[in-house]
Design a binder for this molecule. Structure first.
Ligand code: HEM
Length: 421
């Protein structure tokens, strides 16, 4: 057995803050390896990137999610008791509740709702000097996902709930004030949704069948018990929060449209073939979650290396999507590359890898793609706008990141639908 290459420092926590999304790949390049060990917050941690690494990381005999996510993140992004920290049968059963929501009909419905609100909001944008796309898209997504999930949202609540949901995402890896904002937002949102679950169970609130609210109110855990209102709220929030998170990808898509006018033309002339290629490339190219975390269940050997029991392991999602062994010219935005992609579950992993039902791969990946496709079609074919000078820099040390200006558009016009492009 060889030793796993080690970063020659006592602890890499500062390096992580300093290098952000590129933390793992920079060290892999420096050590000429796809795997290395280090310490993060003084805990021994193995970092890996690439397709083979993803294959072993999603082997449920070898890895567990128990105690893998940092406690700080459970207080903001994830919550406690939700699907992310479950293993085995408990995970399979809870995951099925999420996947049951992702039928083709239901995906079409969320796409329709998002598009409906885009058109409605655009009428107001026509009357404004400037529009911050990120803030507006977040509101649109919040409205759409609440309706889709059977969660009543009064008009006067839209702005506040949108900000709270966005705060959970923004505080994912934050320290200081942003972290505190995330903790407070989570407390308010969980209390709101736990009350909702109790109202549904008590018959005080009727919600449509096949919605997330109905599913989490009525489902049982692996022991046949109803989920507690607190846990049902955490997992209902696991639908609302990440749907609002798609706002970041939509801003990146708008940025890509702006910086690659040839792509806009292809989207207009050949939407049926080009939209999905573009959406996939946005998800590959732009940074969202840097890595996923798991713990070894027991000691095992992989390749030439020995993994010891209960070791924290990080899989580099961003680095794998930018790995030059897997992607030709990975630093170029080039949607056509997806014409030749073989659909592997382990090389293109912006939302995790493996199987959606059995592994911890994102439950909302298909929903994300559907919503992105629909908004992309809207931006490219139904809207005209200018992009005034602004700071479009994407800082790779901020996680999750976004163009600094949040993408401002001006002079917005809804294109008459009978006007040729
Ligand atoms: C911006 C779009 C999104 C991104 C970048 C994203 C990314 C991710 C990532 C990286 C994971 C963890 C994978 C792992 O641990 O191996 C994950 C898990 C998850 N995502 Fe998403 N996601 C997005 C949208 C959504 C949406 C729209 C939903 C639901 C409607 C959703 C629901 C979930 C759930 C429930 C899990 C936990 C799955 C499990 O533990 O089995 N996500 N997502």
């Amino acid at each position: 057995m060889a030793n796993i290459p080690a970063e020659p420092v006592i602890d890499s926590t500062l390096g992580l803050l300093f290098d952000g999304y590129e933390f793992i790949s920079k060290r892999c390049d420096r050590l000429q390896t796809d795997i290395f060990q280090t310490r993060l917050r003084l805990e021994k941690t193995i970092c890996m990137r690439g397709k083979a690494a993803a294959e072993v990381f999603y082997d449920t005999d070898k890895f567990s999610r128990k105690d893998a996510a940092p406690k700080r993140m459970q207080k903001t992004l994830l919550g406690e008791g939700g699907v992310q920290g479950l293993d085995g049968e408990a995970h399979r059963q809870r995951k099925q509740i999420f996947m049951g929501l992702m039928t083709p009909e239901r995906l079409q419905q969320i796409g329709d709702l998002v598009l409906h609100h885009c058109r409605e909001y655009a009428q107001q944008w026509e009357r404004q000097n400037q529009v911050v796309l990120f803030d507006q898209i977040n509101e649109i997504l919040c409205r759409a996902v609440c309706t889709w999930s059977g969660v009543p949202l009064a008009e006067g609540e839209v702005a506040q709930r949108t900000l709270e949901l966005a705060a959970l995402i923004d505080s994912a890896a934050a320290l200081g004030f942003r972290h505190v904002q995330g903790v407070q937002a989570r407390k308010r949102l969980e209390a709101w949704l736990a009350d909702l679950i109790e109202d549904i169970r008590a018959g005080r609130l009727q919600v449509p069948e096949h919605t997330a609210a109905a599913a989490f109110a009525h489902s049982q855990d692996a022991n046949g018990n109803r989920l507690s209102p607190a846990i049902a709220a955490v997992d209902l929030l696991n639908v609302l929060r990440p749907t609002v998170a798609i706002g970041r990808y939509i801003v990146f898509a708008a940025l890509a449209l702006h910086q690659h006018p040839d792509c806009r033309q292809k989207l207009q002339s050949n939407p049926a073939d080009y939209t999905l290629l573009f959406t996939q490339e946005v998800r590959r190219f732009y940074p969202f979650f840097p890595f996923a975390a798991a713990r070894t269940r027991q000691a095992f050997d992989w390749q030439d290396y020995r993994f010891s029991e209960s070791t924290l392991v990080l899989l580099d999602l961003y680095g794998t999507n930018h790995d030059s062994n897997l992607w030709e010219k990975p630093e170029e935005f080039w949607p056509e590359r997806f014409m030749h992609w073989d659909g592997s579950a382990f090389d293109f992993i912006p939302q995790g890898g493996g199987d959606h039902y059995k592994n911890h791969r994102c439950a909302g990946e298909w929903l994300t793609i559907e919503v992105m496709n629909r908004v992309l079609g809207f931006l490219a074919n139904e809207l005209e706008y200018d992009v005034p000078p602004q700071d479009l820099q994407i800082k790779l040390t901020r996680m999750p990141t976004l163009p600094e200006s949040k993408f401002v558009i001006s002079n917005v016009r809804l294109r008459p639908q009978d006007k040729p492009l």
